[in-house]
Design a protein around this ligand. Structure first.
Ligand SMILES: Nc1ncnc2c1ncn2[C@@H]1O[C@H](COP(=O)(O)OP(=O)(O)O)[C@@H](O)[C@H]1O
Ligand SMILES: [Mg+2]
Length: 401
């Protein structure tokens, strides 16, 4: 009998699993609050609904007699996916654990309660309490984030009193619960570690870490790119694997793709920034497949239907230098053109542009301000790291004013 999957979101970076499902003759039901989302083209059925709306998605999933539900590469639908799947007895990780991973305050408490490293933190709802706290800790740097948001929305460094009201209000604005977490800002050593891993039989059976890149301006807290493989030392890779397996065991995670943000803050001390209970965005699964031959797009679709996963599919076939980059503007304006130098053109494997010529673009303060996305290939890791560190010299986003 034909299987049905409810896909939460049909944005450009969410189309790969949709196409794969179609190729396997799976009925594709897409839910998205954008009635013109790119995935519409492939949907057997489309529902114009927010993927945050758990009860509505539950109704739809029931009505469609779905065999699986997948919030591919988006944090916004992750708790909905677990809520609905658990209610309908579809393949799922525990809803409670997905909540722990989705809410920054819950995750920090989890790390504390289970004796993992965590940055000191405090939750605030009220600006005056926050202001008082900051004034009592003037010599420290903090980072504030909405407790229940993602994609770097409403995240700010607090290193002086300047604009703290504005920053606080923005952070609260992006929180559904109207709560922020204020954490000590911890200095990393080496690049931030990012990338996806895949769990089968309750163990991290596949991972492929990347070095992550950030802009200096206008927001140095939003990742702009990743390059695989990472430059992590092998003893550090062991620490990462051990820590993650311990966390996933405590949370009783059974299966699926997870997206990681981590930093070493001392040579042997790892800070887990977050574990997203979903595939990475920005074409991370595509890049991982190009770099290793391991197809987490297929694996995510197959496992959300409860299909048994052959372990051989999780073995790296090769390791090639591959990177992703989010095209981003340093200024507001109307898009005139995007110029790629000869030196970077030869590295570009896939280019997705989200914005039409002459339309308004915003400087890269939020993930959603990205103008487009690139997947790049390189001859060597050395060439890759050099070009990724200097990428603004090779790509110019020209604006009209
Ligand atoms: N306590 C911290 N100390 C230093 N840097 C941090 C800390 N928390 C987050 N960051 C940086 O800010 C970025 C965004 O924070 P994160 O918690 O991942 O939010 P989001 O869910 O929006 O991605 C991280 O990728 C990391 O570079
Ligand atoms: Mg993050």
């Amino acid at each position: 009998m034909q299987k049905t999957i409810v896909f939460l979101g049909g944005a450009p970076h969410q189309i790969s699993p949709i196409k794969y499902a179609k190729s396997k003759n799976i009925k594709v039901v897409i839910c998205d609050s954008n009635p013109n989302c790119a995935g519409m083209l492939y949907a057997n059925k489309f529902y114009n609904v927010s993927i945050k709306n758990k009860n509505e998605i539950l109704k739809i999933t029931k009505k469609e007699h779905a065999d699986g539900i997948l919030s591919y590469a988006t944090e916004i639908g992750a708790t909905t996916q677990a809520f609905v799947a658990q209610k309908l007895n579809l393949p799922s990780n525990p809803y409670k654990s997905v909540q722990v991973l989705s809410y920054k305050n819950k995750f920090r408490s989890f790390l504390k309660d289970n004796k993992f490293y965590y940055p000191q933190n405090k939750i605030f709802k009220n600006f005056n309490h926050f202001k008082k706290f900051i004034s009592l800790h003037k010599n420290k740097n903090f980072i504030i984030k909405p407790v229940d948001s993602s994609g770097s929305k409403g995240i700010f460094l607090i290193n002086d009193d300047l604009n703290i009201k504005k920053k606080f209000d923005q952070a609260i604005h992006y929180s559904q619960q109207k709560k922020i977490i204020c954490e000590e800002f911890v200095k990393k050593i080496g690049p931030q570690i990012a990338g996806d891993g895949f769990i089968i039989n309750k163990k991290l059976n596949f991972f492929h870490w990347a070095d992550q890149y950030f802009n200096n301006y206008p927001n140095n807290l939003i990742p702009v790119g990743e390059s695989w493989p990472s430059t992590l030392a092998s003893y550090q890779e062991k620490i990462v694997k051990k820590t993650i397996n311990k966390i996933l065991k405590k949370l009783k995670i059974n299966f699926g793709a997870f997206n990681f943000d981590m930093q070493f803050i001392e040579k042997k001390k790892l800070m887990i920034i977050e574990i997203g209970p979903r595939n990475g965005g920005d074409f991370i699964p595509e890049a991982t497949k190009l770099s290793t031959g391991v197809d987490m797009i297929k694996l995510s679709v197959d496992s959300c239907l409860g299909n048994k996963i052959n372990r051989n599919l999780l073995k790296k076939k090769y390791i090639k230098p591959i990177a992703t980059f989010r095209l981003n503007s340093k200024k507001n304006g109307k898009l005139k053109n995007i110029k790629f130098s000869k030196k970077i053109k030869k590295n570009i494997l896939k280019k997705t542009i989200y914005v039409k010529k002459n339309s308004n673009i915003k400087k890269f303060l939020l993930g959603k301000n990205a103008v487009g996305s690139l997947i790049l290939k390189f001859k060597s890791q050395k060439e890759m790291i050099y070009k990724m560190k200097n990428i603004d010299n090779y790509i110019k986003i020209n604006l009209k004013y």
